[in-house]
Design a protein around this ligand. Structure first.
Ligand code: KG4
Ligand code: ZN
Length: 348
């Protein structure tokens, strides 16, 4: 089965063709990073307008890349939640229109759920279940109990910033531009992770929730002095490398510790990690020593893409979770992916 996936939840316009839920025939992403970089974050109105311009060229490029034409597609999958409402509406409208015009099934996919599924792309590997799922990205940091890809329950989430958001804000403090993750990751590899002991917010002993805003504020105070006011200049390059390495060490420590707690609590057989921060070299190195099998997506499927949407769409369709053509774009994060999948994938 060939599925056309469409992604437009935030600032990347993506289209992809995936065969049988795993074999990626094409994966096109039109990045808007340059449009948003000067604002050090995504500007929703700019993102929606760019999606309108990009969506059809990206879909056509995905088809051409796979050597297909529109009628060869068996179904259309679209990330319809959560995200920026204006951005979501472009992808959802395009997907509904294509599904209706082609007379092919439509399936709405939860973007966070798709980040978990991304570990199967390229390989179709079977994951020992139940697994602890960690989604760590710019918009989300949450833990899940994954019984299988149709049985996903949230067991912890961030109380404030997402970890990728903390990377982006710390990059701003250090004058490193946007997005912050890749550049901090690269600098961290050259710095001393023990140079500054930034706080690790573990909350209470059992908690599976996260908090990254205190860490971000500690970096601000460390770099600019008490209350972030004393020093206006950007630190020297060696200091930036050490702060980057020390900040990354704090993030990785917390993520690994929470995954360990979750694995113990749900008696997990494996761990799956997705989302933009799953590209992080420090997190990958630390998890390589974990006591259970750990699955990361191939690097090109860590950040937002439509291949993960098409892949998960295959699983949902195979389980009869086709969506009606009145599928809504939903901005909010949903707590229980399975229950909400049941609600929104009403069979036609
Ligand atoms: O999954 P994604 O593309 O978008 C959301 O769904 O939010 O994640 C983007 C986030 C950004 O915050 C970016 O700074 C972060 O992922 N990121 C990284 C790395 N590459 C991207 N964070 C840490 N290390 C990286 N190598
Ligand atoms: Zn994402």
């Amino acid at each position: 089965m060939l599925i056309l996936g469409i992604e437009s939840t935030c600032d990347e316009t993506g289209a992809s063709i995936v065969s049988d839920g795993a074999l990626v025939l094409s994966n096109v992403v039109a990045s808007q990073v340059e449009l948003h970089a000067r604002y050090r974050g995504v500007v929703p109105e700019i993102a929606s307008r760019a999606h309108i311009e990009n969506i059809l060229p990206v879909v056509m490029e995905a088809l051409t890349g796979a050597g297909l034409e529109l009628p060869n597609v068996d179904a259309v999958a679209v990330a319809h939640r959560p995200g920026l409402i204006g951005s979501l509406l472009i992808g959802v409208t395009a997907a509904k229109t294509l599904a209706w015009a082609l007379g092919k099934p439509l399936v709405g996919v939860d973007h966070v759920h798709a980040h978990l599924y991304s570990v199967r792309l390229g390989t179709g590997i079977e994951i020992p279940m139940p697994a602890v799922g960690l989604v760590c990205s710019g918009g989300h940091t949450a833990l899940y109990r994954v019984g299988d890809f149709l049985d996903v329950e949230m067991i912890g989430s961030t109380l404030d910033d997402a970890v990728g958001e903390a990377y982006d804000k710390v990059a701003g403090i250090l004058g490193l531009g946007y997005p912050g993750g890749p550049v901090i990751d690269a600098l961290a590899r050259q710095g001393n992770p023990a140079a500054v002991r930034f706080p690790r917010s573990r909350l209470n002993r059992q908690s599976l929730d996260f908090s990254f805003s205190g860490l971000k504020t500690s970096v601000l105070y460390h770099v600019r002095g008490f209350q972030g006011r004393q020093r206006k200049t950007i630190p020297a390059p060696e200091e930036i490398r050490d702060v980057a390495a020390s900040f990354q060490a704090a993030c990785v420590d917390v993520l690994v510790e929470k995954v360990r707690r979750a694995a113990r609590q749900i008696k997990a057989c494996s761990v799956i990690i997705g989302g933009g921060v799953s590209a992080n070299s420090g997190l990958r190195a630390a998890m390589s020593k974990f006591s259970l099998p750990v699955f990361f997506p191939p690097m090109q499927y860590c950040t937002d893409n439509a291949a993960m949407t098409a892949g998960l769409g295959h699983v949902l369709l195979a389980a009869g979770r086709q969506s009606a053509l009145d599928l809504d774009a939903i901005a909010a994060t949903q707590f229980n992916l399975t229950k909400l999948a049941d609600l929104s994938h009403a069979t036609n």
